[in-house]
Design a protein around this ligand. Structure first.
Ligand SMILES: [Zn+2]
Length: 43
């Protein structure tokens, strides 16, 4: 989970409330979930 610390420091990161993974903020509707979890819940 912490392979890319430099990458995480340099970008605005959100921590997924579902799986705990960090992800790059991409859209307002994704603010609290990574894209994967968001897709699983909203398909
Ligand atoms: Zn997630």
């Amino acid at each position: 989970m912490t392979k890319n610390l430099d990458f995480y420091r340099n970008l605005p990161q959100k921590e997924c409330r579902e799986c705990g993974e960090y992800f790059e903020e991409q859209a307002e509707s994704y603010l609290y979930e990574c894209e994967r979890c968001f897709g699983q819940k909203h398909e």
